[in-house]
Design a protein around this ligand. Structure first.
Ligand code: TPP
Ligand code: MG
Length: 273
C-alpha cells in the first residue's frame, strides 16, 4: 500500500528538481496535478512498469501535455525509467521531451501537447476497450484553459453518446492558463454544471485533498452507464507558496532569486519525505 502523502511529496519534489535542472519550465500546471497523479498512480492505476504495453493495463492520458514534468517524475517513481533521465528534460534527443511522446518515453501511451487532442485519443481508447469487452479504465486530465478548444467538446459528446463508463476525466480547474486568468482570456466555465448537463457523472473535489480525490475515483469506477468527470478545484502552482502567489506562473525561468526561493520551500518537503 503506497503512502499517498509521501508519494505526493516525492512527486512534487522530483518535479521541481527536474525544472530547476532545466532552468525553468511549466511549473504552474505541473504543480496543480501532483495530488491527482499521486492518487491515480499510487492507488488506482493498473500497470506493470516492467511491461509498459501490458494488455490489461489502465490507460492514462495527460491531455494538458505541457505538465509533462510532473508526469515524468511520477513515471520514474513507479519504475518506468531511472530518475537520472529527468535531468535530460527537453534536451536534444532526450527520451523526455517537454510534452509527452509515446514513441520516446516508457510508460507514456499517448502523445499530447496540442491541447484538445489528448482527450480525443482517450475516448478513442475507451471505446476500443469497450468494443473488446475489456475492463481497463482510461484516466485523462485536461486543463480549464484547454477547454477553450472545440475538440474537447466533441470528445465529451462522444463519451456520453457511447456511454463510456470506463472513461474518467479530470478537469484541472486552476482558473488560469498561459496568458493569465481564464475569465480574462475567454470565459470561466462552471464545469460542474456543464459536465452534469452533458450527461457525465460529475463530482467536484478540492484538488489537493488526497482522500477526496481517492473517494471520487472509487465512486467514478462504481458508476455505470455514463462517463465520469471529476472537477479538481486547484491552484496553479499548488503546494509551493511563492509560486502560487506569482501573477503568472505558467512557464517560469528558475534562476537567481526564484531558484533560491524554490529551494528554500523544497527544504520543507525534503525534511518530510
Ligand atoms: C492547440 C494548442 N494551442 C495552444 C497551445 C499553447 N498552450 C500551451 S499551455 C496553454 C494554456 C493551457 O491552459 P490550461 O489548460 O488551463 O493549463 P494549466 O493551467 O493547467 O497549465 C496554451 C494556450 C497548445 N499547447 N496547444
Ligand atoms: Mg488552467
Amino acid at each position: 500500500m503506497v503512502d499517498l502523502e509521501r508519494f505526493r511529496d516525492q512527486i512534487r519534489l522530483l518535479t521541481c528538481h527536474t525544472l530547476i535542472e532545466a532552468k525553468g519550465g511549466h511549473i504552474g500546471g505541473s504543480m496543480s496535478i501532483v495530488e491527482v497523479l499521486a492518487v491515480i498512480y499510487g492507488k488506482h492505476m493498473r500497470f506493470d512498469s516492467s511491461n509498459p504495453k501490458w494488455g490489461n493495463r489502465d490507460w492514462f492520458v495527460l491531455s494538458k501535455g505541457h505538465s509533462g514534468p510532473a508526469y515524468y517524475a511520477t513515471l520514474s517513481l513507479v519504475g518506468f525509467f531511472d530518475k537520472s533521465l529527468l535531468s535530460t528534460l527537453n534536451h536534444d534527443d532526450t527520451q523526455l521531451p517537454s510534452h509527452p511522446d509515446s514513441l520516446k518515453t516508457r510508460g507514456v501511451d499517448c502523445t499530447t501537447g496540442s491541447l484538445g487532442q489528448g482527450i480525443s485519443q482517450a475516448v478513442g481508447v475507451a471505446i476500443a476497450l469497450k468494443q473488446k469487452r475489456k475492463d481497463n479504465v482510461v484516466y485523462c486530465i485536461i486543463g480549464d484553459g484547454e477547454s477553450n478548444e472545440g475538440q474537447v467538446w466533441e470528445a465529451v459528446q462522444f463519451a456520453v453518446g457511447h456511454k463510456l463508463d470506463n472513461f474518467i476525466l479530470f478537469i484541472d480547474d486552476n482558473k488560469n492558463q498561459l496568458d493569465g486568468p481564464t475569465k480574462e482570456v475567454n470565459i470561466e466555465l462552471n464545469f460542474s454544471k456543464i459536465m452534469d448537463s452533458f450527461g457525465f457523472y460529475t463530482q467536484v473535489v478540492k484538488g489537493d485533498d488526497l482522500s477526496a480525490i481517492d473517494q471520487a475515483i472509487v465512486n467514478a469506477r462504481n458508476n455505470r452507464g455514463s462517463p465520469s468527470a471529476i472537477v479538481l478545484e486547484t491552484i496553479k502552482g499548488q503546494g509551493i507558496g511563492f509560486v502560487e502567489k506569482m501573477a503568472n506562473n505558467h512557464h517560469i525561468a528558475i534562476e537567481g532569486l526564484v531558484k533560491e526561493n524554490l529551494l528554500r520551500e523544497l527544504q520543507i518537503l525534503e525534511d518530510r519525505v
